[in-house]
Design a protein around this ligand. Structure first.
Ligand SMILES: [Zn+2]
Length: 382
């Protein structure tokens, strides 16, 4: 910390000291106070990961036989069924997302949103589709009267990424949003250009030959839908960026969980959840071995909206789809002791994400938006 004038050229030392003494006393007090609060606070970096429209049913229950059957009468003969089926919900979800359930949630964090255990996570927006969901998640507040279309132009409201960049005085590469869906260029900030956003089909410049090759390949490996590239590219670019620039604030937005559901391709949906679990494992291994991140990085992993629960509407979501307000949220942090599944808990909301990310860092998001959801206190209760 810089406490006084650095340049002694034209001012005598005594004058400098006299001027410096009063502010110095204040600074010492302030430093002591901050140390007291942050004595146990380890978090220096925050990572937000989103799995677009991933249903609570698959997250908590794994493969859903009824839905699989509705998409393929011979579903039991598929390799996907043989791989992910099991007798109980616990076994099925552990087959589908083994790293998430058997390592992360056992040793490092907790998950809310399993309604069978009386834990519920909901959006406060009433629209239950992506732009309103991500805007609520990133700005801390739903604006259903303003943000009511996925083609909404630039977000008029600043995000938690904007806030943390300012508050932590981070340069352009130290705040990053890597997302498969191109709309994040519009959603993640109200003032584009200040931090890295690599979203949709967008080149990622790299001197690494493999990454440069992937950057070219994304334009020539086209999925069935428009506006979003395959998650594999998003993940590889995010990881390359983390290795090189060590951003302290990151959002990684996966999209295929939503896209395959809209395609009513249940096999691909299951395979995608399993692939994403592998991404989480690889990311976790980087975080555990890189000195910037090791023991100093807190996560929220969540989704922007739920979907229907019946064979008629599991693939869909929106204001007219019953149950699409129900989501899930997972937390991994060296500063949080909770492990496993939340039970008999008060409902938490998507608009609490920014304040909670800030709370991990001992910052107060209400400085930017007093109307935003509050930090999720259950995480920090002793
Ligand atoms: Zn969708």
């Amino acid at each position: 910390m810089y406490l006084g004038p650095r340049d002694h050229r034209s001012v005598s030392r005594i004058r400098i000291l006299r001027r410096a003494i009063r502010p110095l006393a204040v600074v010492i007090l302030a430093v002591t106070a901050v140390t007291a609060i942050s004595a146990q606070q380890q978090t220096k970096n925050v990572i937000l990961i989103t799995l677009d429209g991933a249903r609570t049913q698959e997250i908590f229950g794994g493969l859903d036989e009824e839905i699989f059957r509705s998409t393929n009468k011979s579903f039991q003969k598929t390799a996907t069924y043989k791989r992910f089926s099991a007798a109980t919900a616990k076994e099925r979800r552990e087959k589908l997302m083994p790293f998430f359930w058997k390592t992360l949630l056992v040793s490092y964090g907790s998950i809310a949103g399993d309604r069978e255990l009386n834990s519920s996570v909901q959006t406060t927006n009433k629209l239950f589709f992506s732009y309103p969901g991500y805007s609520e998640m990133l700005t801390g507040q739903a604006h259903d009267d303003v943000i009511k279309s996925n083609s909404h132009p630039q977000n008029p409201y600043p995000s938690v990424l904007d806030f943390l960049q300012k508050k932590l005085k981070l340069d352009k590469d130290q705040v990053a949003d890597f997302s498969s869906w191109d709309a994040f260029e519009r959603i993640s900030t109200n003032s584009p250009g200040k931090f890295v956003i690599n979203a949709g089909y967008m080149a990622y410049d790299s001197t690494d030959k493999e990454i440069a090759g992937l950057s070219r390949a994304q334009f020539e490996t086209l999925p069935a839908w428009n506006g979003a590239r395959f998650d594999y590219y998003t993940f590889r670019f995010a990881l390359a960026h983390m290795r090189k620039f060590h951003p302290r604030v990151i959002h990684i937005g996966f999209d295929e969980t939503d896209d395959w559901a809209h395609e009513k391709n249940y096999e691909r949906l299951l395979q995608t959840l399993n692939m994403t679990d592998g991404f989480l494992k690889e990311l976790w291994e980087l975080v555990q071995t890189d000195p910037t991140y090791k023991g100093r990085t807190s996560f929220i992993i969540t989704t922007d909206h739920g979907r229907g629960k019946t064979i008629a509407d599991w693939h869909d979501h929106g204001a007219d789809v019953a149950e699409a307000q129900n989501i899930w949220m997972a937390f991994f942090s060296p500063d949080v002791k909770l492990r496993g599944e939340w039970k008999d808990a008060e409902t938490i909301y998507l608009n609490q994400v920014p304040a909670t990310l800030c709370r991990y860092l001992n910052l107060d998001y209400s400085d930017q938006n007093p109307k935003a959801g509050k930090p999720i206190e259950q995480l920090f209760a002793e």
